[in-house]
Design a protein around this ligand. Sequence first.
Ligand SMILES: [Zn+2]
Length: 144
Amino acid sequence: MTKSLAEALLKILFLWCVLAFETSSFFLQISRMTNASSFELFPSKISRHGNDQIEIEWSDAHKRMYGIRQLRDACPCATCRELRMSPRPTNLLTILKAEEIAPLLIVGMNPVGRYAYSIEFSDGHSSGIYTLDYLRELGRETPV
Ligand SMILES: [Zn+2]
């Protein structure tokens, strides 16, 4: 009688441990999921403002305005980064191409996975992958 009672108590203790472990790992997973989603910022709306600006409304309701020229000049691709690191001498006359004289526009803006946007400019350049963190740093905050 006492032996079966002890066995029953052991079984209850064992089940309680399993349940406690399962519950804690379940809540750990939930908290990880909520933390991840609260820190992940993503554009909820992208709109054109005139011919030379776009506005991005972020998932945390912040709005930022971006000059198209500013975005183009901040292109994160290797070629553009290299050009920025070694600026051309100022005493040389540069010959501009037709697409460099025409007003710069954004032709396309497409998501790359869940972490970045690729921006295609009217000058034919489209190799820059703008991560969401980088996009969030650029531009200027606009009042909501
Ligand atoms: Zn580039």
